[in-house]
Design a protein around this ligand. Structure first.
Ligand SMILES: Cc1cc2nc3c(=O)[nH]c(=O)nc-3n(C[C@H](O)[C@H](O)[C@H](O)COP(=O)(O)O)c2cc1C
Length: 319
């Protein structure tokens, strides 16, 4: 299968993943200008009418960048839609994405044929995130163009499977665009994801510690100071297992080593409970040990690119 045009002109094979509350137009525009796919969850634009303003601004700023830098055009952007019954904005947000012909829609927490068909109707493509091969097959059956394999150690909702197991099982039958997520935080690891059989690295947590990210300073600092052993895997906060910073759980008065199971009913993405969980309980993946400063996203991406090229040279893959 050939790579969709939207994904074939990246400076680095990376998708900056959507981060609830944290991703905003500033971060996404910086990612796209640096040549990686930038994204944000539609739900970060509150109220829903703000999504139209965000997409207007993003479209204009990226077009201006392309006019000024025809030699290094911006990468395409993606909007994340939570396809879960608690998301009562889905139809309205999809209509806004249709208006702006959003090039890539990342769907999570539910695969729906009508959503994929809707995105295709305006020429967009869909990438669906999955934690195992069974969900991957379902997503492709329902019309997803590409897959995001979320392996163990990923920030936020995460799977339990080894990235090696996940990629090799999906690659036995799927030739389309495949991104791999889970603790990827260096250029070396981006190359490793490709060596395993993925086309792209899907990177979230390292972008929390950027100047543009909409996160409290203490959260950004927690990512800078944290190591893999500071990450706790729990279903308590949304009913779905995910990875969170231990310090934020302690600060909420809970014992990170004795957390009860959560209830899927608490995953109310319409607001209330879930928003609170993500605001106070800080999602982060096991890759944060590689992050040692809060810096502009462009600098983080430049470092990833340098490391990626160095890793290629080390393995004699050419520059
Ligand atoms: C704080 C936080 C919020 C997230 N919010 C979302 C979200 O709204 N939608 C989504 O599809 N994934 C979300 N994710 C998951 C990421 O998109 C991605 O799978 C993950 O960050 C990749 O692993 P990494 O953090 O180890 O790079 C979130 C992750 C984090 C850390």
């Amino acid at each position: 299968m050939s790579m969709p045009a939207a994904l074939s002109r990246l400076a680095l094979p990376v998708i900056g993943s959507p981060l609830f509350i944290i991703s905003n137009p500033d971060l996404m525009i910086a990612q796209c200008k640096a040549g990686i796919v930038g994204s944000f969850p539609a739900l970060n634009a509150r109220p829903a009418s703000l999504l139209d303003e965000w997409l207007h601004r993003i479209t204009e700023e990226l077009a201006a960048h392309d006019r000024a830098h025809p030699d290094r055009p911006a990468a395409p952007f993606a909007v994340n839609q939570i396809v879960h019954r608690s998301n009562d904005r889905l139809e309205e947000d999809l209509a806004t994405c249709a208006k702006w012909k959003v090039p890539i829609v990342i769907t999570s927490l539910g695969a729906r044929e009508d959503v994929n068909a809707g995105v295709h109707s305006w020429g967009g493509i869909t990438l669906h995130d999955v934690i195992d091969d069974r969900f991957a097959r379902k997503a492709v059956e329902k019309g997803a163009d590409g897959l995001i394999a979320v392996a163990t150690g990923a920030g936020g909702h995460a799977g339990r499977l080894s990235p090696f197991a996940l990629v090799q099982e999906i690659r036995q039958w799927f030739e389309g665009p495949l991104a791999l997520a889970g603790a990827i935080a260096t250029g070396d690891a981006i190359l490793a994801a490709q060596a395993m059989g993925a086309d792209f690295a899907y990177i979230g947590s390292p972008f929390i510690a950027t100047a543009e990210a909409n996160a409290a300073q203490a959260y950004k600092q927690g990512v800078v100071e944290g190591r893999a052993s500071d990450i706790v895997y729990s279903s308590l906060f949304t009913g779905v297992h995910g990875n969170y910073l231990r310090a934020s759980i302690v600060a909420a008065g809970l014992d990170p080593d004795n957390l009860p199971d959560g209830d899927v009913g608490t995953m109310n993405f319409g607001g209330g409970q879930a928003a609170k969980a993500w605001r106070d309980i800080w999602g982060a993946g096991q890759g944060i040990g590689a992050v040692d400063a809060v810096e502009p996203a462009a600098e983080r991406i430049a470092t990833l690119a340098r490391q990626y090229e160095a890793a290629r040279r080390r393995l004699s893959l050419g520059a």
